[in-house]
Design a protein around this ligand. Structure first.
Ligand SMILES: Cc1ncc(COP(=O)(O)O)c(C=O)c1O
Length: 447
């Protein structure tokens, strides 16, 4: 017999004959036990799982005021008052929530904040960046449709279109994202969707979004839900702090909010936003495929969003100073940072990002793979090697062994990615200490 079980039972006002009763079950689920003899009338316990939930519900009904900070709504479902209300909520006649997969308050408020920042008609927060890309493609494409992929793209985006949707009869073609003539010739045949990134990984190329959108829509007309070329821009590296692609003529914007918008490497979410004309069945697709966001991740990301502009301003200024400080270093063959005047897309970036150039940069080490390995080891305590970006702490990645590991040697060579290429996401450390860490890493490399 368990002493704590007896104490628990008696504190609930019960006199219990414990013989033959499993004390664990009796303590954790007292209401399921009938074979107990009581020397006084049974009273509903005032504490325990069931009453606590009732109390919490009452507290929600009597809010004493508006909380300064948005609550995290972890509820899986909402209680409806009548069949009429259910019909109105589920039919969309009145705003509100019914079941978390369909939508929840934390997603709605975050989506609205991002919708305003992007100047979009519609916005939706989804489980991950890949969910947003998948939802857009599965809502708009049908077998036989052609997709133009502005390369280089995030590897999983390419893989999804080519391998997953390729199996369902979607056609695709790679186009060099900054080659205007290549876009012209790819557009000689109609395309239903065009995907490109604002800043590409890891060479930090910056396509002229406005000119590409003009070219596409002049060639094949505007996009609507059922036809026309939809230009979808993945704005993950830029964030709305640097660029709002809808204002440049794009139809849809996707972002991995897991990166700079969240900013603290503790949430995974995606954004999908765009114009009314092509929104169509986006929400239905998210709900059917179960790609709804988590309330906690929305809450964390909404908190991150509040400081996005100042974080980006600091990180971008730091990246710019760092790029200039190490340009010409004898152990560095080249630096990819659009803020450097000799970067091929410097002028476009200057115009498109209002004078900022973002926090992402890559360096190509003269000493190749062995120098990259030595750099990684030398800075490991300060600049962790992890395949993500956009955090408070500066991080590094080695594209050849991580994000681009599926690329053939020929493709890697044509993209200018080698064993000596390192990609950095610059964080919020003081710039001078960051420059010191880079110089320390470079001291361990070969000439
Ligand atoms: C440019 C870009 N787009 C999309 C994604 C996918 O986002 P998520 O990891 O949130 O699914 C990533 C992830 O790294 C990315 O870098």
């Amino acid at each position: 017999m368990c002493d704590s079980a007896i104490a628990g039972g008696e504190s609930l006002g019960l006199k219990v004959d414990w013989s033959g009763i499993n004390p664990y079950l009796a303590f954790t689920r007292p209401w399921t036990f009938s074979p107990i003899s009581m020397t006084q009338e049974y009273k509903e316990p005032s504490h325990g799982v069931l009453p606590k939930r009732v109390e919490a519900k009452e507290a929600l009904r009597f809010p004493p005021g508006v909380p300064q900070t948005e609550p995290i709504h972890l509820s899986g479902a909402w209680i409806m008052e009548s069949t009429e209300q259910a019909d109105a909520l589920l039919g969309g006649a009145v705003p509100g929530f019914v079941y978390r997969r369909d939508g929840h308050p934390n997603a709605a408020s975050l989506a609205d904040a991002l919708r305003i920042m992007h100047g979009a008609d519609q916005a939706m927060v989804t489980a991950q960046g890949m969910s947003s890309i998948s939802i857009a493609a599965m809502s708009l494409l049908k077998p036989g449709d052609r997709v133009l992929l502005g390369q280089p793209l995030y590897g999983r985006t390419s893989f999804f279109i080519k391998n997953d949707l390729g199996r369902w009869g979607i056609q695709f073609e790679d186009v060099d994202v900054t080659d205007y003539d290549a876009w012209k010739s790819a557009l000689e045949k109609p395309a239903r969707m065009v995907i490109l990134e604002t800043i590409t990984n890891p060479r930090m190329s910056v396509p002229d979004i406005e000119s590409i959108c003009k070219l596409i829509h002049q060639a094949h007309g505007p996009a609507i839900a059922e036809s026309g070329p939809v230009v979808m821009v993945d704005n993950t590296f830029a964030t709305p702090a640097l660029c709002q692609p809808l204002a440049l003529g794009a139809d849809l914007v996707v972002e991995s909010l897991s990166k700079f918008v969240c900013g603290h490497a503790d949430a995974m979410l995606g954004l999908l936003c765009g114009r009314n004309e092509i929104w169509g069945r986006m929400r239905q697709t998210m709900v059917s495929f179960g790609m709804t966001s988590s309330p906690l991740d929305c809450w964390l990301t909404h908190r991150g969003l509040a400081s996005l502009n100042v974080r980006m301003a600091h990180a971008a200024a730091s990246a710019n100073e760092l790029a200039h400080a190490i340009a010409g270093h004898p152990r560095v063959q080249a630096i990819d940072y659009p803020g450097l005047a000799d970067h091929p897309d410097h002028q476009i970036a200057k115009k498109q990002f209002n004078g900022s150039f973002g926090n992402m940069l890559s360096i190509h080490l003269k000493g190749g793979l062995s120098s990259a390995q030595r750099f990684i080891t030398a800075v490991a305590d300060d600049i962790p090697f992890c395949p993500t970006l956009g955090e408070a702490q500066t991080t590094l990645s080695h594209p050849m062994s991580t994000s681009h590991r599926s690329y053939s040697p020929e493709l890697l060579q044509s993209l200018g990615i080698s064993g000596g290429t390192l990609r950095f996401s610059i964080g919020l450390e003081p710039t001078s200490s960051l420059i010191g860490k880079f110089l320390n890493g470079l001291n361990h490399c070969d000439d």
